[in-house]
Write a protein that binds this ligand. Structure first.
Ligand code: PLP
Length: 819
């Protein structure tokens, strides 16, 4: 665009913002503050999103489109304004409109938006990346979820310890929302069910209303959009008027809260099966509202449900929405009079399911008693599904009682009739036509371990869909410097929609000028992060130091503690004068611990205590810094990831289903130090084994150690560096006023079996970290490898993942344009 053209557009854009300030926000453009400007900007974008939404719906109706409905308890969206401006083609003019020196800046307005943090971590962020890709690929697509009043808690650190604060993200208004007053469904709970043959009736005890709030998800390079429809729970309109009429406002308010609490707050993921009634209520609430909505829309379009499975695909993001399978059967049979066998056939064609974890303790199950009490009709339906399924198994494998016991939808293994539980993963598999894992390794292990019996029963049902991330948010928006460099080198902005074009960078790795430009971008991103950390934490980082980053949920399997063991050992080596060749290193952590997860919280505390000692030890000077950045979330990730040199992906092999953080880092030119786990393996395949630091035991070796016996205490005793490090932790070196503080951590490693095998991988990790340091010192070679990492990341676009789902799982190949 010519500069005159941009200037014209910029002044036109500014006029629109000022118009919104005056007419919608009620603020004087001359004196408006950043928050008001942010609101005005959202209104400029919102108008266009609104028109695009209407146009998309008209198109889909006219085309009688088959649609994909993506059901997820979590959508970790982050901020929306910057993304909307890019998708609407307004970004350049918005930048120009606020480029007056000393005047208001676009960046300051963007900072006013709170993150929509309706998710815990990877699973919810995946759903958000998928919506971006579904819109961009122009798929007729909807996300369905919960409109939590409070999303992921905000984390602050007090005396080195995590403190959780409520995330009141809606208090300053919800400018992106489109409330749909006409879209209300009743969701029932409790009561009794009666059935006579095919006919059944549910006399529910309670009802709650579900109200729809839409978020328009813009596609990039297209005017089509996707819809994220979130449900809020409320008391039925005919609220207990007797209480009101008698002036008992307290009781009336209590009555109201009892209903609204369903969509009040997001459950934290502590990777243990939750036994909490409210969580089951949430799951059923959002599932029932979504399915009623899907059926109603289908009926409006076709007048009957005969072709439902031809027009509707429903995806279950993990088992949280698995009750969908019983609910669709209930709606089809009880409410719409369809015969069981026909309804079941449709169900299996409609549903597909993604598994996200192999850890048996994280597989969702619900007590039969609770299910019976809250959802008596569904319990009956699950029994019937189970009966028909098990009789099929019995026919194919006569007399294999153990097999029946293992695959049953009801876990009866405790032997106590009061302790029976519904296995939601088994329900999801039986009710779906496709089940996938999220990386090659994970999908292989899935059919070899937790779902081995089902893979024998239904070998064609299982496949792999390696995760991806959207390059719009995770490169174009988060790293504008690198994006501009790529635009130059790759001949334009097309890589945003065709990420495989990054492979053309391979030749650029040998171009000294490009390496130097690439390094300059990285350094600017490091400065940006260093300024943030200086401002927030008053810690000074050297932008030329190696930025060694581990940001993700704090969990034992992700092994932040192994990283801490390296930090302490490196600290010891510096003090002993045996690390003089090592480059200055800043080790940066961020992540939240589930509020009930004591060990994860203790690890956060330890990181702070270690940071305190290391950062203040005069002998270390600036050769090692440790930083914990509070309140990890999407927006923080967007600042930290582009600034990383080294990406820590060090989970015990076989435990991280895929990881998507690993992809974001490599896409932004960080080198990975990682185990042979999840998508790390596929990243190695793409970037080349010479350009990634893989260490430690493989999944098979981890398994073998578990089987054949593992002696962490012997490793502790025989490795002097490890011995010194663990003794410092146990001896109170980092907590001189509370010397027993980390006794439990020490014991978990040395005396209680070291479940995640940190000590088994310690020596390999240390040796690999030394090679990382050596390579960082030969800066040019480092840059070459970093560029080759970016070049290899083409396949990790969520566009690629969604294309695979569309063709292999959702039967939506016809809706895809050729690439
Ligand atoms: C990408 C992302 C995750 C997932 O990170 P992993 O390292 O794969 O666990 C979690 N939280 C946020 C905010 C993210 O952006």
């Amino acid at each position: 665009m010519s500069s005159q053209n941009i200037a014209d557009k910029a002044s036109g854009f500014l006029e629109r913002v000022n118009d919104k300030l005056l007419n919608v926000v009620a603020a004087d453009p001359a004196t408006a503050n950043d928050k008001e400007r942010y609101r005005a900007l959202t209104h400029v974008a919102r108008e266009q999103l609104s028109r695009r939404w209407v146009k998309t719906q008209i198109e889909d109706r006219e085309n009688q489109a088959r649609r994909i409905y993506y059901l997820s308890m979590e959508f970790l969206i982050g901020r929306a304004l910057n993304n909307a401006l890019s998708a609407l083609g307004l970004h350049e003019q918005a930048e120009a409109a606020f480029s007056e020196p000393g005047g208001p800046s676009l960046a300051d307005a963007l900072e006013c938006e709170p993150d929509a943090a309706l998710g815990n971590g990877g699973l919810g962020r995946l759903a958000a990346c998928f919506l971006d890709s579904m819109a961009t690929l122009e798929l007729p697509s909807w996300g369905y979820g919960m409109r939590y009043e409070y999303g992921m808690f905000a984390q602050s650190i007090v005396n080195g310890m995590q403190v959780e604060r409520p995330d009141a993200w809606l208090t300053e208004g919800a400018p992106w929302e489109f409330f749909r007053p006409g879209t209300v469904y009743t969701v029932h709970f409790g009561g009794t069910e009666e059935h006579y043959g095919e006919w059944a009736e549910w006399n529910a005890a309670e009802s709650v209303e579900a109200r729809a709030y839409d978020y328009v998800i813009p596609g990039h390079g297209t005017e089509r959009v996707s819809t994220l429809r979130l449900w809020k729970a409320g008391a039925p309109a005919q609220i207990d008027l007797n209480a009101f009429n008698s002036g008992d406002y307290g009781r009336a308010a209590e009555f109201k809260n009892r209903f609204e609490n369903i969509s009040w707050v997001l459950y934290p993921n502590d990777s243990t099966a939750a036994g909490r009634e409210l969580r089951l209520r949430q799951e059923y609430f959002f599932v029932s509202a979504s399915l009623q909505d899907i059926l109603q829309n289908h009926l409006e379009e076709y007048g009957n449900l005969n072709n439902l499975a031809d027009k509707v695909a429903i995806h279950l993001n993990d088992t949280h929405p698995a009750i969908s399978i019983a609910e669709l059967m209930r709606l089809l049979c009880d409410e719409h009079g369809i015969l069981w066998a026909h309804a079941w056939e449709q169900c299996q064609r409609i549903f597909s399911y993604t598994n996200h974890t192999l850890m048996p303790e994280a597989l969702e199950t619900w007590p039969v008693g609770l299910m019976q009490y809250l959802l008596p009709r569904h319990m009956r339906i699950i029994y019937r599904i189970n009966q028909e399924f098990l009789s099929e198994v019995e026919q194919r494998f006569p007399g294999d009682i153990e097999l029946i016991r293992r695959v049953s939808l009801i876990d009866d293994t405790s032997g106590d009739a009061n302790n029976r539980r519904v296995r939601m993963a088994n329900l999801s598999i039986v009710g779906s036509h496709r089940v996938n894992g999220v990386s090659k390794l994970h999908s292989d292990l899935m059919v070899q371990t937790i779902f081995a019996d089902f893979a024998r029963l239904y070998p064609d049902r299982f496949d792999n869909k390696t995760n991806g991330v959207t390059p719009r948010r995770w490169l174009a928006q988060a790293n504008p410097g690198l994006a501009a460099l790529l635009d130059q080198r790759l001949g334009g902005p097309g890589w945003r929609l065709h990420l495989d074009r990054l492979s053309a960078l391979r030749s650029a790795a040998d171009d000294a000028q490009f390496r130097s430009d690439f390094a300059a971008v990285k350094r600017a991103n490091k400065l940006r992060l260093a300024e943030y950390i200086k401002r927030e934490l008053d810690i000074t980082l050297d932008p030329d130091a190696l930025f060694d980053v581990q940001i993700k949920r704090i969990h034992e399997y992700k092994r932040q503690l192994l990283n801490v063991l390296h930090v302490i050992s490196h600290y010891n080596a510096i003090i002993h004068g045996i690390a003089d060749d090592a480059p200055p290193r800043c080790v940066i952590f961020a992540g939240k611990a589930a509020s009930s997860y004591a060990m994860a919280k203790s690890i956060i505390h330890l990181i702070h205590d270690v940071a305190n000692v290391v950062n203040n030890d005069a002998r270390v000077r600036d050769r090692l810094k440790v930083v914990f950045v509070p309140n990890y979330g999407v927006s923080l990730a967007e600042i930290i990831i582009p600034a990383a040199n080294l990406s820590e992906q060090i989970s015990t092999a076989g435990t991280e289903a895929s990881g998507t953080g690993n992809m974001k880092f490599a896409l932004n030119g960080a080198l990975t130090i990682g185990t042979e786990d999840g998508a790390n393996i596929e990243i190695r395949d793409q970037v080349g084994a010479d350009n990634i630091f893989i260490f430690g035991n493989s999944a098979a070796q981890v398994e073998a150690l578990r089987r054949e016996g593992y002696d962490p205490r012997a490793i502790y005793q025989n490795d002097p560096a490890l011995n010194e490090t663990l003794n410092k932790i146990d001896g109170g070196y980092f907590a001189p006023n509370d010397r027993k503080r980390y006794h439990d951590i020490f014991n978990s490693l040395v005396n209680y079996g070291d479940h995640y095998q940190l000590l088994a991988d310690f020596a390999s990790y240390m040796e690999t970290q030394q090679r990382v340091g050596a390579l960082y010192r030969s800066s040019d070679e480092w840059q070459r490898k970093a560029i080759l990492n970016v070049a290899g990341m083409g396949i990790f676009s969520s566009d690629r993942t969604i294309r695979e789902y569309a063709t292999e799982t959702w039967d939506l190949a016809a809706a895809l344009k050729p690439e």
